[in-house]
Design a protein around this ligand. Structure first.
Ligand SMILES: *Cc1c(COP(=O)(O)O)cnc(C)c1O
Length: 374
């Protein structure tokens, strides 16, 4: 099964690009004429920045969304030429490189706008910008009351090409949330004004939660990250039939042995064998982003059957109790994903860690090779 997978690390992440494109098809179908911006920040939610971006560009997304200069520059170095918006706030010392990489900037204050304008004038350059309105997230963005005056400034300053105006939901992952509706109203009010002076401005607000639960949110463009990667922000499926995760985490058994009854396993000896048991060792640990909080909680699949992780997860390895069953060195182990008829859901992994799917995905780090399947 894994003879074609020879890496320097006996564990890997498999990405199903066919399903990824299907997810994009479904998102597109549900967002009508809106442009599609795919957020690829944080290594494309752990799926691999460049490979995901290249697939998305070939599929036909209109925009890519990144958090910072570094991510945008990597995409440009990979030869990606479509528009890229940087969601994060502008850092003055990065302005030259942001512009050199032809990245579209988020203007979140009049002050930052002036910093960019000063540089643009110095070097006689133009800059594409999106004005961010803070309608309630209180992270970054111009307050709605001052939004129009900053927009007027951007429109009047010849170095700016104002391509978009956007806002971000704080609670759209909750269906029927009153605050989300309030944010929508506040933003709608602003864009009515904005469109008067700039009819072609792209108004965008919808993240995955909004696409699922607030389909009437303003959208000349949508920015669903999690949904495109196959997950629902609140676990509620909400009419997006066919969306499915595209990431699996796999490894192979590195060591297999019988441990007698009443022996403690791993650091701290937090688990004691209730009987003579086959204990196998899997070469994945929190050093890969497979979190220690999963110790004595999560299960993995071997030979199509789920078995518990026993004892504390180490930096590079953990142990599994296969009981009386056969499980030998070289057998495939599925930590996330499907094997035979059994599945390990990332949602459950996140729950065991008392966190959200997003954090688990981003936590899978660069030690795990990514393998892409068409
Ligand atoms: C990350 C991000 C998104 C995507 O959020 P999801 O919940 O993954 O859909 C959209 N917009 C902005 C500004 C973001 O930072």
């Amino acid at each position: 099964m894994k003879s074609d997978l020879v890496f320097g690390h006996p564990a890997w992440i498999e990405i199903d690009l066919k399903q990824f494109k299907k997810n994009l098809d479904i998102v597109k179908k549900h967002s009508g004429k809106a442009k599609l911006c795919l957020p690829v920040k944080a290594n494309a939610y752990g799926h691999g920045l460049v490979a995901i971006a290249q697939t998305a560009v070939a599929w036909g997304v209109d925009y890519l969304g990144v958090s910072c200069l570094q991510e945008g520059a990597l995409l440009r170095q990979a030869g990606i030429t479509i528009p890229i918006i940087v969601f994060g706030a502008i850092h003055q010392e990065q302005i030259p490189e942001l512009l050199a990489n032809d990245l579209e900037l988020t203007i979140a204050s009049g002050y930052k706008a002036e910093l960019v304008a000063n540089y643009c004038k110095q070097v006689n350059k133009q800059c594409k910008v999106h004005l961010e309105i803070d309608t309630g997230m209180c992270r970054t963005g111009v307050r709605p009351e001052t939004g129009m005056s900053v927009l007027d400034y951007l429109n009047e300053e010849p170095c700016f090409e104002v391509v978009g105006i956007y806002s971000h939901f704080a609670t759209a992952d909750n269906p029927k949330d009153a605050f989300a509706l309030e944010q929508m109203r506040a933003f709608q009010h602003i864009i009515e004004h904005a469109k008067k002076s700039n009819p072609s401005i792209i108004a965008h607000m919808a993240n995955s939660g909004a696409l699922c639960y607030y389909q009437n949110s303003p959208m000349d463009m949508v920015r669903p990250g999690l949904l495109a990667y196959g997950y629902f922000p609140s676990g509620v499926e909400s009419g997006y039939e066919g969306i499915a995760p595209i990431l699996s985490l796999k490894s192979t058994i590195a060591y297999s042995k019988i441990v007698p009854k009443n022996r403690g396993i791993s650091y701290g000896l937090t688990y004691t064998t209730p009987a003579d048991s086959r204990i196998v060792t899997v070469p994945v640990g929190y050093g890969d982003g497979y979190r220690r909080a999963l110790s004595n909680k999560a299960k993995v699949l071997i030979r199509g059957k789920a078995y518990p992780i026993v004892g504390n997860i180490c930096m590079d390895q953990f142990m599994v109790n296969a009981g009386n069953d056969e499980a030998f060195v070289g057998d495939e182990v599925v930590l996330v994903g499907q094997q035979g008829n059994e599945k390990i859901f990332l949602e459950d992994v996140a729950k065991f860690c008392d966190t959200i799917i997003y954090e688990i995905l981003c936590g899978f780090n660069s030690r795990l090779p990514r393998v892409y399947k068409e």
